[in-house]
Design a protein around this ligand. Structure first.
Ligand code: 8YV
Length: 333
């Protein structure tokens, strides 16, 4: 597809950094954007999308088959994010709608959050802060508040891709951690870079001192961290998830922590999101929870805004979506 951007209408469904919107406008696209500080409702999103040729989507309503059937006129959906589990890719492909995403630019930001959560959990930082707030910093007690050290421990990466590699680099550099990983297939380049060892899922569970999740979210990995799999982990282990909350079963995680099947957990993602303030995880000593801020840096969000715009510009200007997630769709265009 190649089309003159003039007269092409784009809807941006959330308040993204200006950079991408400016790029689109500079090319001549007619851009309208959601500007309110609340998520757009599904009905409103469908109504706005119907008026436009392309959608730059960000969070909110699921772009499922019913949504796509109603908006099958779309030339492209460009997702502001690397994870696109919010979009029914098979249905988009069937309807001939290319879907783009924004990989690469958020690797450092997300790995920093995984690394930070790991340290925060290992030293009970979030809980210690709460103790001060509650007026419980009363005296020095040598046997209280003890954390565990990370030096020379084993990091298990579930999904050694772009973000997992950055997390592993940090762990190796700072703590000389031994890296093991479990993927659909071995990543030889990453193995060389990190001296990492490819292991089975059961070995990952049994050997990790810190197990950090960086896989994409698919049905294959839904609830893969559950009662059974948590019970195969070390009682001294820390579970970190900065991928998607659906990868772990929350009830089972709470039970695994309460029954000391694992030692601690650090989460930047929950299921559902937002997490409610009465969630028992928030009261636990060895737990740290953040509100899905993996990519929340100025640099990463600017990069995401730019890449999301470039997917749309690429399609109209030269028929190529730089970060296309459903290449099969091109056969239909
Ligand atoms: C976004 C993310 O904040 O890129 C991803 O997959 O999880 C985050 O960077 C999220 O997608 C909101 O749109």
């Amino acid at each position: 597809m190649q089309k003159d951007p003039n007269g092409i209408k784009i809807f941006v469904s959330n308040t993204i950094p200006d950079l991408g919107i400016e790029l689109l406008r500079k090319e001549g696209f007619d851009v309208s954007a959601w500007v309110e500080d609340v998520l757009i409702t599904r009905d409103k999103l469908i109504a706005e999308t119907k008026k436009c040729n392309a959608l730059l989507s960000s969070g909110g309503a699921k772009i499922d088959e019913a949504f796509l059937n109603e908006c099958s006129h779309l030339d492209i959906i460009s997702n502001f994010g690397v994870g696109y589990d919010n979009i029914d890719i098979a249905a988009a492909t069937r309807l001939g709608i290319p879907v783009g995403n924004t990989p690469g630019v958020l690797n450092d930001a997300t790995a920093d959050i995984a690394f930070g959560l790991m340290i925060a959990v290992s030293r009970k930082m979030f809980y210690m802060y709460k103790k001060i707030e509650r007026g419980e910093w009363t005296h020095f007690s040598p046997k209280a508040n003890l954390g565990i050290e990370l030096k020379n421990k084993t990091l298990g990466v579930f999904g050694l891709g772009r973000i997992g590699i950055e997390m592993a680099k940090r762990c190796k550099g700072a703590y000389n951690m031994n890296i093991i990983y479990c993927n659909r297939k071995p990543n030889k380049e990453a193995e060389k870079l990190l001296d990492a060892k490819y292991v089975s899922f059961d070995e990952l569970l049994a050997q990790s001192d810190v197990l950090s999740v960086h896989s994409a979210f698919t049905e294959e990995v839904r609830d893969i961290f559950n009662k059974d799999t948590f019970s195969k982990m070390k009682p001294t282990s820390i579970f970190i998830n900065t991928s998607r909350g659906g990868v772990h079963n929350e009830e089972d995680l709470i039970e695994a922590l309460n029954t000391k099947k694992i030692w601690g957990a650090g989460l930047d993602v929950t299921n559902p999101e937002p997490m409610q303030k009465d969630n028992p995880l928030l009261q636990m000593e060895n737990v740290a929870v953040l509100p899905h801020i993996g990519s929340a840096t100025v640099e990463a969000r600017d990069g995401m805004s730019r890449l999301a715009a470039e997917n749309i510009i690429g399609l109209y200007k030269n028929g190529k979506v730089p970060n296309l997630v459903n290449p099969d769709v091109m056969k239909k265009l």
